[in-house]
Design a binder for this molecule. Structure first.
Ligand code: SF4
Length: 647
């Protein structure tokens, strides 16, 4: 959409489908927008021309270069010269910018050079520079793409960053009253001042933590006791039934009706569930997991729990429309090309995945294997004896694989004798020194940790010879309950470690939300292991969080916790290749900002410096779109203002 059209549409106050949209009132103040949150649909009301004006004000030198360049190439040359000069400036002794602001300048210059580099335009097929140049020369009609406000926001911040005016430190309380230079003081006085600063940070963390109640909180436990009674009453079950995992499996909810009778649903949720059931889109909720949902929608704490299993309408639409090809188009990780034999996936020298069972007690909306899971508790989910045998014997031919991950579907939904048989066969192989079991049962079906299952695990786990480890998947502190804790503790008593993989989504990415999850996980005996960037899949786009937010969370929130609470590593899974550590600059770089505001990153494979594997370009969700989603959840967007400076 061209700038003018965009402006007109904003005035029009209509969404693309013609419905009236209640907009957030947004003003530009300094480098970010400020908002009065009042909305139904997440769309900021913006004055496009004011943003454009702000862009040019952000860095007058850059504006002059763009405006005065007769040709795109002369704009590129002049900008490169300007950036090189700016880079030299920050190394001068008499440059009095704060040393941390200088670090931001360096990063912004590096990012900007990369974005205007010709090779990156060639590789991404987009030129942000072309957009900027035409906007500066008022050649809006010649723009090849619509230029969004998200794009402008990226460059407003980048321009300011290059000029040493990121304002990252400008508005903090400490900055306003003058940062106390406790390093120049000594002894008690220095400690007192430092303590004051740390107390203030600690108080902030505590205030945020209160926003996200845990399932261990006494009030929440009381509500859930009521939920349990209501659900048992509906299914005509007893207390004994509730403690029996088979009862839960028998009563897994696969249709809208039980939900409508037991909890309030939005119209959107109800329609999506009915459609999912009709189109046989995998969908299911255990009665136990349903008890974690609040009866009324208005309480709002359970948003992440609902979002985990209640499919959004666009997800149902996309999956229904592409049902015939889903095995191919939803295989984001390219597992078809990394499976040497049926049931095995391999991306690393020492690790392989074994998938003997392809269903779960319930289906996570963003599951990376939604292309191969047919339905919840599919009776045909267990692979044939022969296929399992062949997969197991594959390990005999590949003795460098010593770590086996048995995963999804959820292996703990298999019958005990199947679990025992597979584990026993693997344990016989002398080169296998670890078996990891990927299961979500501690979260959705904690009563699965029966005496019999515990006995099987205790027989396989042999310290010094063969380690068994459990990898589970808590998404939110609201999922942490006394039942989940008991299940984890039963495993831990065997000396078996329990680790957590969190998928970072719009449902758990608010300020300090993931930090609280980490802390509460440690309390019940689970070690945070990975935080995953959500897969770039169209069907779950609204849940996606930009990479910049993961980096910001890690730096500004996780870092404030004790080391034992932040043992997880934020990672991006490169299709076909595997995990890429997001914290290290050496493994990825920003190469482009698309006109819709989406960043394009070049990911280097984990084999970098070992074998020459080509990089992978990833188009992220625009930061601006994500901020709109957060605003829809009532977040104050100013809280996230530094997000633009994470690359
Ligand atoms: S538990 Fe794992 S395999 Fe099962 S639906 Fe969720 S993400 Fe997919």
């Amino acid at each position: 959409m061209k700038a003018k059209d965009q402006k007109d549409r904003k005035r029009d106050n209509k969404s693309a489908n013609g419905q009236s949209v209640k907009l957030i009132q947004t003003k530009i103040i300094d480098d970010v927008f400020t908002d009065a949150v009042e909305m139904v649909k997440p769309k900021f009301e913006v004055n496009y021309d004011a943003y454009l004006e702000r862009l040019w004000q952000a860095n007058g030198d850059i504006y002059d270069i763009l405006k005065n360049a007769e040709h795109l190439e002369s704009a590129r040359d002049s900008l490169m010269t300007y950036l090189e000069k700016a880079e030299r400036e920050i190394f001068k002794v008499d440059n009095d910018l704060h040393i941390l602001e200088k670090a931001t300048v360096r990063e912004c210059i590096r990012a900007f050079k990369s974005i205007i580099g010709q090779v990156n335009e060639y590789r991404t097929g987009v030129s942000a520079l072309d957009c900027l140049w035409k906007l500066a020369r008022k050649k809006v009609n010649e723009l090849e793409h619509d230029v969004s406000v998200g794009f402008l926001m990226e460059f407003i911040n980048l321009f300011r960053g290059v000029a040493g005016r990121s304002n990252i430190y400008f508005e903090t309380r400490e900055a306003k009253k003058g940062i106390p230079d406790f390093l120049k003081l000594h002894g008690e006085k220095a400690s007192e001042i430092r303590t004051e600063i740390l107390d203030s940070m600690g108080g902030t963390i505590q205030r945020y933590f209160k926003k996200y109640p845990s399932g261990l909180d006494p009030d929440v436990q009381d509500w859930r006791e009521e939920n349990k009674k209501r659900i048992l009453n509906y299914f005509k079950g007893t207390e004994e039934d509730w403690n029996d995992y088979k009862w839960h499996l028998k009563n897994v909810i696969k249709d809208a009706e039980p939900l409508l009778n037991l909890i309030e649903l939005t119209h959107e949720q109800e329609t999506a569930i009915k459609k999912a059931a009709k189109n046989r889109i995998p969908f299911g909720i255990t009665p136990y997991y349903l008890s974690l949902m609040d009866q009324k929608i208005t309480i709002g704490y359970d948003s992440a729990v609902r979002a985990q299993v209640i499919p959004p309408p666009d997800y149902v639409d996309i999956l229904s429309e592409n049902k015939a090809d889903r095995g191919v188009i939803f295989d984001f990780m390219g597992e078809h090309d990394t499976s040497p034999v049926e049931l095995i996936t391999r991306r690393y020298p020492g690790i392989a995945i074994l998938k003997p069972f392809n269903t779960c007690a319930q289906i996570c909306v963003y599951c990376q294997r939604n292309w191969e899971i047919d339905q919840v508790l599919d009776p045909k989910a267990l692979a044939s004896q022969e296929t399992i045998k062949e997969a197991l014997s594959w390990f005999d031919e590949h003795k460098s694989v010593g770590d086996v991950l048995i995963t999804g579907g959820d292996p703990f939904i298999m019958k005990d004798n199947s679990i025992k048989q597979i584990l026993t066969e693997l344990a016989k192989k002398k080169h296998i020194y670890r078996i990891r079991i990927g299961t979500r049962t501690p979260v959705v079906l904690p009563m699965r940790m029966t005496d019999e299952l515990i006995k099987i695990l205790s027989e396989i786990h042999q310290p010094g010879r063969l380690e068994v480890a459990l990898v589970t998947h808590f998404e939110h502190p609201y999922e942490i309950t006394p039942d989940a804790m008991r299940a984890v503790q039963r495993i831990k008593k065997l000396g078996i470690g329990v680790y957590n993989q969190t998928v970072f989504t719009t449902e758990n990415s608010r300020r300090f939300e993931n930090a609280r999850l980490r802390r509460d996980l440690r309390l019940i005996g689970v070690d945070p292991y990975y935080t995953f960037n959500m897969k770039g899949k169209a069907e779950t786009r609204r849940l996606m969080v930009p990479i910049a937010r993961i980096l910001q969370e890690r730096k500004e929130e996780a870092r404030l916790l004790p080391g034992l609470d932040r043992t997880d590593e934020p990672v991006f899974n490169v299709p076909k290749l595997g995990k890429n550590h997001l914290r290290s600059w050496q493994d990825h770089r920003l190469v482009m900002i698309k006109p819709d505001g989406a960043r394009v990153y070049e990911f280097h494979p984990w084999e970098k410096n070992i074998t020459p594997v080509p990089p992978y370009n990833y188009v992220d969700v625009p930061i601006y779109d994500y901020l709109e989603e957060l605003a829809a959840r009532g977040e104050n967007i100013r809280d996230y203002r530094t997000i633009w400076f994470y690359y």
